[in-house]
Design a protein around this ligand. Structure first.
Ligand SMILES: Cc1cc2nc3c(=O)[nH]c(=O)nc-3n(C[C@H](O)[C@H](O)[C@H](O)COP(=O)(O)O)c2cc1C
Length: 361
């Protein structure tokens, strides 16, 4: 039977009402200390009422000292659980699932936001100009524990799963990029060493939340910068994660140091050929492993979504900017109005005060 985007889709032990995922978007709507606010709950209420089957929250910080963006969700302490529970309960009213995204930002975070900047090796970030200290092995292991605790908290708050942010040039992704990772110990050199931190983070969270809980990862298909992690290396990482029974890999790519318009959030998506700019890797890996795959990046038309479902092994489709612009887009498509997303991929939503669409009606 052909997969259909609006059919119920099973992911591990979760019944998802459809195969659309809202990819993570930092909201900037928590309070300054990371607590859930009414505005944040209302933001997710509107989104969940718009028909998407699964929401991945904006990144949340797992240690207090590392805060890649202001007013982000905090998950580094039990004190955040009650507020997060309220948020999750609101989203569940519409039979929408919600995963919490977990991050360590490192030197790519917004300047002035973090109290301490850590990296695979000491460096000055070429874009943010922030200086990172090299993590010791002991500190790496401590951070793995922090990820585990964050996963346990997410589960207690009622999230249906967590997503490890292993993409876009934040710390775990930096570890895999040889331009940032110059380590000579077991966390450096070959891709097996450079991905060790990510793989151990997964193992630790799994240890904390148990086998029945859903763990996803967002991963670069490559870094799109000369000397960065390559496609071949990232295929290897996906296979390793699959061997460990990760539940979902969301394929993204690039970072702020990628070659011009080869990064994460691309502009100029003018026709169907520009859509799904990381799809080719997602297609490739979906044939090589059994782990469910989602593709994110530039998907704007229902026609594109259908072609992915009809012609590939990719099980999920993720959208980010279009749902900031039109939270109700998935309902519209489901009702038979297949108009192209109104999102112009102008990136007017990249606002340091909070992610808002400047075209939203
Ligand atoms: C304003 C904004 C904030 C974002 N915040 C996050 C984030 O917190 N975590 C993450 O993994 N990706 C984040 N992204 C990237 C999106 O999830 C997505 O990968 C990217 O926008 C491409 O998909 P799209 O073309 O559907 O927007 C953000 C993107 C935008 C535009």
């Amino acid at each position: 039977m052909l997969k259909k985007p609006f059919n119920e889709n099973i992911l591990k032990n979760l019944k998802l009402k459809n195969s659309f995922i809202r990819s993570a978007i930092w909201e900037g709507l928590a309070d300054k200390d990371g607590f859930v606010t009414e505005e944040l709950i209302n933001f997710y209420k509107e989104l969940s009422q718009g028909g998407v089957g699964t929401i991945i929250t904006g990144f949340s910080n797992i240690v207090e000292y590392d805060k890649p963006a202001s007013n982000m969700i905090g998950i580094y302490d039990d004190k955040f659980i009650p507020g997060l529970k309220e948020l999750v309960d609101e989203v569940h009213k519409t039979d929408c699932k919600i995963f919490l995204q977990l991050v360590i930002g490192g030197s790519q975070g917004r300047p002035g936001s973090s109290k301490r900047i850590v990296g695979p090796s000491a460096h000055t970030h070429p874009v943010t100009k922030q200086q990172a200290e090299e993590l010791t092995i002991e500190e790496i292991l401590e951070l793995e524990e922090k990820f585990k605790l964050a996963g346990i908290r997410a589960k207690k708050a009622g999230f249906d799963g967590v997503q490890i942010h292993g993409a876009h040039g934040y710390l775990l992704s930096q570890f895999m990029n040889p331009l940032f990772n110059k380590r000579k110990d077991s966390y450096g050199r070959e891709i097996s060493g450079r991905s060790k931190f990510l793989l151990e983070v997964y193992d630790k969270i799994r240890e904390g939340v148990g086998n029945d809980y859903l763990i996803s990862v967002k991963l670069n298909c490559e870094d799109f910068v000369d000397g960065g992690a390559t496609e071949e290396e990232m295929l290897w990482v996906c296979k390793e994660l699959s061997k460990r029974n990760i539940d979902l890999i969301e394929v993204s790519g690039g970072s702020v140091i990628s070659r011009k318009n080869e990064g994460v959030i691309r502009i100029g998506i003018n026709n169907i050929n520009d859509e799904g700019y990381f799809q080719s890797f997602a297609e490739k890996i979906s044939k090589l492993i059994n782990t469910p795959i989602s593709t994110v990046g530039g998907i704007r038309t229902y026609e594109k979504v259908l072609s992915i479902f009809e012609n590939t092994n990719i099980q999920f489709v993720s959208l980010a900017r279009p749902l900031l612009c039109e939270p109700n887009l998935i309902n519209e498509w489901e009702s038979g109005n297949y108009t192209k997303a109104f999102c112009k991929s102008c990136n007017g939503c990249l606002n340091p005060k909070g992610s808002r669409c400047i075209l939203k009606k």
